[in-house]
Design a protein around this ligand. Structure first.
Ligand code: MN
Length: 264
């Protein structure tokens, strides 16, 4: 069916690291309700990019469905029904949701680094885990969840045990401290400078890279390229908007209704 969307095709909304749980507490329920409002905003955007760790725990079982994410999943149904293109980049917590997101929302399965033409630019998408080598515990979990052997191992665990393991590890997901934030920013700047020489082939041609994962919002520039990190919907209601090539990092409490029309 042709889209009935009156949306602005050249606009894209980015969000990451909401770390939603199956059994949310009161504070998370409020954040989830705001996320549902962000989804309503995304109904008038051309693209909604979910940049990883939207879900704190996800596992695809053949015969079982996780229970507890219905409000978020149904909000995403409405985004898709409005004609907005949905994109999903798996994080270290929800990489296993990729197949489900493909089946339910038509998201293509993406490698850890990929390019997206949206919002008037070619954007390098990556959740961000493993980029700056800060976090050995994430690193170990990431290696496990992304490896074939790790998936086989996880599938052999009882769902509730896997859930408990993941919940324990996710206790480490929180806002970066001031010292960590400085280290992250300087490593990001160094990475961006190196990438100017290293990036070629299929990954050439981007001038904006958006990541999540670090739970600290910032952007750095080098040689005409920008690397922007979303602060994470868990810590603040941070999100990104790209309209007609113009990138902005916003806070949903202060900016719940940005202008998505071209030239805005
Ligand atoms: Mn992450």
């Amino acid at each position: 069916m042709a889209s009935m969307n009156s949306s602005h095709a050249s606009s894209a909304i980015f969000v990451a690291d909401s770390h939603f749980h199956l059994q949310p507490d009161a504070a998370e329920t409020r954040r989830r309700d705001r996320f549902v409002e962000l989804c309503a905003l995304a109904q008038s955007a051309g693209h909604l990019v979910l940049l990883g760790d939207i879900f704190d725990f996800w596992f695809d079982y053949r015969h079982f469905r996780l229970r507890g994410y219905e409000e978020v999943l149904q909000a995403l149904d409405r985004v898709r029904a409005a004609g907005t293109n949905l994109h999903f980049v798996g994080g270290n917590h929800d990489i296993w949701a990729a197949t489900y997101m493909q089946e339910r929302y038509g998201c293509e399965i993406r490698p850890p680094h990929s390019l997206l033409s949206a919002g008037g630019r070619t954007v390098h998408l990556c959740h961000g885990d493993g980029l700056f080598k800060l976090d050995w515990a994430y690193g170990a979990f990431r290696t496990m969840v992304r490896a074939r052997a790790g998936i086989a191992l996880a599938k052999s665990l009882h769902p509730e045990i896997l859930f408990a393991l993941s919940t324990w590890l996710s206790g480490r997901s929180r806002c970066a401290t001031r010292d960590e934030a400085q280290v992250i920013e300087s490593r990001a700047a160094a990475w961006l400078a190196r990438s100017a020489q290293a990036t070629g082939g299929d990954m050439a041609g981007w001038d904006l890279m958006v990541i999540g994962h670090v739970h600290h919002g910032f952007s750095v520039r080098s040689d005409g390229r920008t690397l922007a990190a979303l602060p994470g919907w868990l810590d603040t209601l941070g999100y990104g908007v790209l309209v007609d090539g113009h990138w902005r990092q916003l806070d949903f409490d202060r900016d719940p209704a940005p202008d998505l029309s071209p030239g805005a």
